[in-house]
Ligand binder design. Structure first.
Ligand code: ADP
Length: 159
């Protein structure tokens, strides 16, 4: 059993994230989901609810826990004795970015990165698109865990 880290901003967690977390758990045994802040992104739609939604959406998965993540990813991992990060890979742009991050993280502390290919049904699913649909009152329930669909229904619409 190896504990690995699945980091992200999860605004909100989608079925694509749950798929990667589940498969990382199946391969490595234990997963810590790090719910962080991506300073490249604007304000969060789900704010402080992101962590609770991750916990609720993964409650059925033995060996999976979630924590808020602040600061450098490599420090967060090192403090917990974690040596491997697992991330999902959708399309070419994901790869270009993840490769840069993986090289930087490895050079900082030796943290390894394992990239799992997104499953076919989720390959073009992103939190960004889900947020846009939610803002305008669309139904995202086929693409997100039930707790996220319920939380989305409580948010104010933009139109
Ligand atoms: P970030 O803020 O770093 O973009 P996200 O919360 O968007 O983080 O995503 C976290 C991780 O989940 C990233 O590695 C991303 O590639 C992966 N991911 C996001 N959506 C999917 C999906 N539909 N299928 C597989 N992996 C995904």
């Amino acid at each position: 059993m190896t504990l690995v880290l699945c980091p992200g901003s999860f605004d909100p967690i989608t079925n694509g994230h749950v798929d990667i977390i589940t498969r990382a758990r199946d391969v490595f045994g234990e997963v810590l989901v790090g719910v962080g802040r991506n300073t490249l992104k604007a304000a969060y739609l789900f704010g402080d609810r992101r962590l609770d939604l991750v916990r609720e959406a993964t409650a059925h998965l033995a060996g999976v826990t979630a924590e808020p993540m602040e600061g450098l990813l490599v420090d967060f991992a090192k403090e917990r004795g974690i040596t491997t990060v697992v991330k999902g890979l959708r399309f070419g742009t994901d790869f270009d970015f993840e490769l840069q991050l993986a090289h930087m993280n490895h050079s900082l502390t030796g943290l390894e990165t394992v990239l799992l290919p997104a499953s076919a049904p989720h390959v073009s699913l992103s939190s960004t698109i889900v947020r846009e649909v939610i803002k305008f009152g669309g139904d995202v329930s086929p693409h997100v865990p039930p707790c996220v669909a319920a939380a989305a229904g409580e948010l104010p619409r933009q139109v």
